[in-house]
Ligand binder design. Sequence first.
Ligand code: SAM
Length: 294
Amino acid sequence: MNTAHQSVMLTETLEIMAIKSGSVVIDATFGSGGHTQALLDQGATVIAFDWDTEAIERGVVRFKAAIAENKLFLIHESFSKLAEEVANLKQTEDLPISAVLFDFGTSSEQLMSAERGFSFMGDGPLDMRMDTRLAVMAKDILALVPEKQLEQLFREFSGEVHARAIAKAVKQSPTPITTTAQLVDCIAKVTHRKAHGLHPATKVFQALRIAVNGELSEIQLALPQALSVLEQGGRIVCIAFHEGEDRIVKQQFVQWEANKKVKKLYKKPLQPNETELQKNPRARSAKLRGVEKI
Ligand SMILES: C[S@@+](CC[C@H](N)C(=O)[O-])C[C@H]1O[C@@H](n2cnc3c(N)ncnc32)[C@H](O)[C@@H]1O
């Protein structure tokens, strides 16, 4: 199976970022470097962030030449430290930022690596930390969070309709649930069927991943920083994959627009076209929103 990450909505992203040769842009979610590669190909200098050690290690090898030429600054840090890191770089480099890209969520490499615990498809430890410096793993949440709050977490972060039954089953499990296969079994016992064609464990895995990585607060913290580092006329592009991410982006953009800080580039979010969906079904839930700083 091809596990390489396919960059989502690449053509649309490049169009909106409107790169001119020599532009400096931020790729806040480097991942496998697909968007970064395309931005470099257009002549941009890229400041890229990822908090996943493995993503950075692969990037250092793949982009050795661009890093040596100061065309790519690869930063192993969370994007909620974006402003601080850019300020550090600006002490030594002249870097007027013309665009910031966020392509939220996990990469295929993270999802397909059983030992990272993101996927219900293979068996592995219930870890789910994108940044292994984080203290709490998914198995700790199952063990430490009380049943009622666990139910809320499943419902709020993924809209899981069987949240109550699953939380109860987790808490009543005769042995602690520490692996992805144990959690899948536990969910299967109380759900029995596929909802809307999704694997019954999809939503619970999503909710746990969001909780482990504090994904929603990361976005809330990062967006104002992205606006603050941008030049006037610079653009922010966000690709969201679930309702929780998209809601934060949408609300932030509406607030900025009301305060005359940005203009929206599109009334409605863009979604992948049929050709892309045929090649990459994982893109199906993507929603792209963009704004320009006034
Ligand atoms: C969907 S992938 C990005 C794929 C990339 N655009 C490409 O074309 O290869 C998301 C990446 O963002 C990283 N990420 C998610 N949240 C982050 C955060 N708060 N700070 C830094 N990196 C983050 C993940 O570790 C993952 O590697």
